[in-house]
Design a protein around this ligand. Structure first.
Ligand code: HEC
Length: 382
């Protein structure tokens, strides 16, 4: 259905009769004449309620025209369940409502309303869907900007990330980070970061092994859907698990309080800031360091938001060790969605030192992330 609706105007015209018949065969036709200024609740009642039910929990099986669970393993979403309701952005849901389930790799029984409803009606009905979550403590997915390489964001995630970096300096050190992020309740998230490094050692061969494992905890302290801003604070503990003799660890623990603030700019732009202080437990071997990281960018997606989404961004990193000069880096990068559901994404970037360049070299960066809460890694690609 979605396919037909999003094909060329000409074809759409020719198939109009066919598609409306097909829609009504699956579910009642979605378009009783609605006044242009209909409220979200009115649009919902007329166009969505037959499947999603008046209370937003989904129409029970006997009254539905199709079998549950769906072939993709899903049941109808329960819009009153706040984790489900707040996982995606309003914009993303407007795209699903306008283009149909297919545009995000979801079941085709979710029809496309792009022709039946105006953009204003789509915005209104999605706002109504969002109102089914009654607990305002859940920050909405609209406040979740794309992931940058160094500037951590405030929005709590359920993600698994593999990140790789290649140092272009002498020896070509190669590093990997495995990051696991898990939401705790409405506003918190814990995180485990395990670095694995391949480093040239003194003999000129490669040392490899575990680096210093980091554990972190953060909590959202402010989330304003109206202001488009979200603030979180937390702390990290880096443990000396890496072998210092191989150059893979610090040899001491680091405690790091931090805070982040993310601001949406217009419909598709964002600014993210992340600052903190690294405090080594050994003040002789280690130095305190304050850091401030900033990322700015925007998201573009072809075919009225239905296609692959691209997020070009640039980070500026400032790190100020107590005993030496501030180090500046710039990190241009591009994130792209890989799966249709956009729960698997990848990014590539380049970290370029702007000063202190004798022993700091450009680094090539990449990551692949999987939002595991949304579904299996290999699902929802078509
Ligand atoms: C013919 C039945 C039907 C109608 C009518 C219908 N939907 Fe759906 N909708 C579904 C099904 C089935 C799914 C689940 C698809 C899946 O998970 O694979 C779904 C999923 C969704 C989702 C995705 C939820 C998520 O968890 O990502 C949104 C958003 C949505 N519908 C909005 C709407 C809106 C808005 C309307 C009315 C304008 C509407 N639906 C009308 C059947 C319907």
């Amino acid at each position: 259905m979605a396919r037909l609706h999003s094909s060329s105007r000409l074809l759409a015209g020719a198939f109009a009769v066919l598609t409306s018949v097909a829609v009504s065969a699956q579910a009642p036709a979605p378009t009783p004449a609605l006044p242009a200024e209909a409220s979200g609740a009115e649009v919902y009642k007329a166009a969505c309620q037959t499947c999603h039910a008046a209370d937003g929990r989904g129409t029970p099986q006997p009254l539905l025209g199709f079998a549950l669970p769906l072939p993709d393993g899903h049941d109808l979403p329960d819009f009153t369940d706040c984790p489900t309701n707040t996982a995606e952005s309003s914009q993303d849901w407007e795209i699903v409502a306008s283009g149909g389930g297919r545009v995000r790799g979801l079941d085709r029984h979710m029809p496309s309303f792009g022709e039946a409803l105006s953009p204003r009606q789509l915005t209104a009905v999605v706002a109504h869907l969002k109102s089914f979550c009654r607990d305002a403590a859940w920050p909405d997915g609209t406040l979740n900007p794309p992931r940058a390489f160094f500037t951590e964001k405030a929005f709590p995630e359920n993600e698994f990330v593999w990140a790789g970096n290649l140092n272009t300096g002498r020896g070509r050190a190669l590093g990997h980070d495995l990051v696991y992020e898990h939401r705790l309740g409405r506003r918190a998230q814990y995180e485990v970061r395990v670095p694995v490094a391949f480093q040239p050692d003194v003999n000129g061969s490669r040392a490899r092994g575990l680096g210093d494992i980091e554990l972190a905890l953060r909590r959202v302290v402010y989330a304003g859907s109206r202001t488009g801003s979200i603030v979180a604070a937390g702390g990290a503990l880096t443990l000396p698990t890496g072998s210092r003799s191989n150059g893979l660890g610090n040899g001491f623990a680091i405690v790091e309080p931090f805070a982040m603030w993310d601001q949406l700019i217009g419909a598709s732009g964002f600014l993210q800031m992340h600052g903190g202080i690294e405090i080594p437990t050994d003040s002789v071997k280690g130095d305190r360091e304050a850091f401030l990281r900033t990322a700015v960018g925007f998201t573009l997606a072809g075919d009225r938001g239905r296609g692959r989404s691209w997020s070009p961004m640039v980070e500026v990193l400032a790190a100020r060790p107590w005993r030496s000069e501030t180090e500046w880096d710039i990190v241009p990068q591009m994130q792209v969605s890989l799966s249709r559901l956009q729960h698997v994404r990848a990014s590539v970037g380049l970290r370029v030192p702007l000063n202190e360049r004798t022993d700091r070299h450009p680094q090539v960066l990449t990551y692949v992330l999987w939002d595991w809460f949304d579904g299996g890694f290999f699902k929802f690609w078509h």
